[in-house]
Unconditional design. Structure first.
Length: 485
């Protein structure tokens, strides 16, 4: 199917205005961003568990008063994506109950990574950036977070790292290009943006194999690496980059033939003890792990070994289950998950259950996907790597013919409408077959994110304790968001 251009439109009637896009379906979501992730990610999507917060009487008829805005996005009908729907009259067939008086964790926001691939594709597409980060774009994702690599990744045409003489860091052209795009365009679209930084590798001189590709942090290099991590974030802050948090390294339990680096639990503790106080002086949080749900034991080891250094834990979705996060006694969030070639229906269902409903129940304070944008060939990628992801999917696909929104764009767009940064997660229950998370926003509004996985069309009644009761029609498989006035 030919990709549509920016001149297309969707059926949203949200009063805000922004450039519109057409959508096209892709095929199967079978694997993630590297060969070692493939089976883990497919297993997670096949076996994602259900939230325990379910229930609700659906027998009584209800005739609604429209006291908010309700959006739906269909996995099959492109005209029903971020479509604003009126209230539905008639008996409810499914129920969501929200208790705003039972607050949980603070919500930080939604986002994705500004990889080298994304920088190259987005810098000449201001309309695409507006669709991603425009705070009030009617058909936009309204992202509020951004993950910034501090080295090359598998989505870098060539490996790179910062130069470091032990005193002053020297960012390479790839890093400054990302910073220029962030400062020149993205910050103007999204006031209050939270940037989360993460290195994939240390400089080769600090590595066991003296290469940016693979290997481990060399024994004895922990202090130098901590110095570099603190200096990198200091430089970024001096350039006006609003760094919110950083991690010691992306996926420290893994190395491959693209820029990557293993670190032992002991090394992670040493680096964190040395870097943590300096990062805190900068106002930058330090998060543990930055790896899979299945690696929670490594997060626990870091928190035990350097309790004063860490402010939270970062998780990826490629192994384990989201309820593993519930064991942490510090804030946590999902900082990476990618789509590959799964279809729209499967993506909506898996994302809503695992990345939102179950993750939020387990304490997640935000959700970031992997690449902001990729091209039609799922790149550009590191051509020197055999194991980097060859079929990852960005939030947007950018080609000379135009820009296409992918399913993950809509997962984040619905979540962003339910919860603005600073919201509190609140208790909710729902009819079986609905994946739901609820929020109380700073402006007093209630937001509900959901997905209808019942297999049939439902009239969903949303009951807010002490507030309104409203009903809306949701077709099978659709994402939905309610935001009270």
């Amino acid at each position: 199917m030919a990709l549509a251009t920016l001149s297309g439109g969707c059926a949203a009637t949200d009063p805000d205005s922004a450039p519109t896009f057409h959508d096209h379906p892709l095929s199967q979501h079978a694997q993630n961003h590297a060969q070692h992730h493939t089976q883990q990610h497919a297993h997670g999507r096949e076996h994602g568990h259900r939230s325990g917060r379910q229930g609700g009487d659906v027998r009584s008829p209800h005739y609604p008063v429209n006291t908010g805005t309700f959006w739906v996005s269909s996995p099959t009908d492109a005209s029903r994506r971020l479509l604003v729907e009126p209230g539905a009259a008639g008996p409810a067939t499914a129920t969501v109950s929200v208790d705003p008086g039972d607050p949980r964790q603070v919500w930080w926001g939604t986002g994705a990574a500004l990889t080298d691939a994304s920088v190259g594709l987005l810098r000449d597409h201001p309309d695409a950036l507006r669709a991603l980060y425009g705070a009030y774009a009617s058909d936009g994702a309204r992202l509020s977070m951004l993950r910034l690599p501090l080295s090359a990744t598998d989505f870098s045409p060539e490996p790179w790292a910062w130069a470091w003489d032990g005193t002053r860091p020297s960012p390479p052209s790839q890093e400054t290009a990302a910073v220029d795009l962030l400062r020149g365009q993205i910050l103007g679209l999204r006031p209050g943006l939270k940037v989360v930084t993460a290195p994939w590798t240390a400089p080769a001189t600090m590595k066991s194999n003296h290469s940016l590709r693979g290997g481990s942090l060399a024994a004895g290099a922990e202090t130098a690496y901590a110095d570099l991590l603190a200096a990198q974030n200091t430089w970024l802050k001096s350039q006006g980059v609003p760094v919110f948090a950083t991690t010691v390294g992306n996926e420290p339990e893994w190395s491959s033939d693209y820029p990557s680096m293993r670190m032992s639990d002991d090394q992670l503790v040493q680096v964190s003890r040395a870097a943590g106080p300096r990062l805190h002086t900068l106002g930058v949080r330090l998060w543990a792990l930055d790896h899979n749900w299945s690696d929670q034991a490594h997060a626990a080891a870091s928190l035990q070994g350097a309790p004063a250094a860490y402010d939270g834990v970062a998780y990826h979705c490629y192994g384990g289950r989201p309820d593993a996060m519930a064991a942490d006694q510090v804030p946590r969030m999902v900082t990476e998950c990618t789509g590959t070639t799964d279809g729209w229906a499967g993506t909506f269902a898996w994302d809503a259950r695992n990345l939102v409903a179950d993750a939020v129940t387990a304490g997640s304070s935000g959700l970031m996907m992997w690449n902001l944008a990729l091209d039609a060939a799922h790149g550009p990628v590191d051509t020197g790597s055999s194991y980097g992801c060859k079929n990852c999917r960005g939030l947007l696909t950018v080609t000379p013919e135009g820009v296409t929104r992918e399913p993950e764009f809509y997962t984040l767009a619905h979540l962003s409408r339910a919860a603005t940064p600073g919201a509190r997660v609140v208790s909710s229950t729902s009819t079986p077959g609905l994946a739901v998370a609820a929020f109380r926003n700073d402006d007093g509004s209630i937001g509900v994110f959901g997905q209808n996985a019942t297999g049939t069309e439902q009239v969903v009644r949303i009951e807010v304790q002490g507030g309104a009761t409203v009903s809306y029609q949701v077709r099978a498989g659709e994402l939905f968001t309610y935001r009270s006035r």
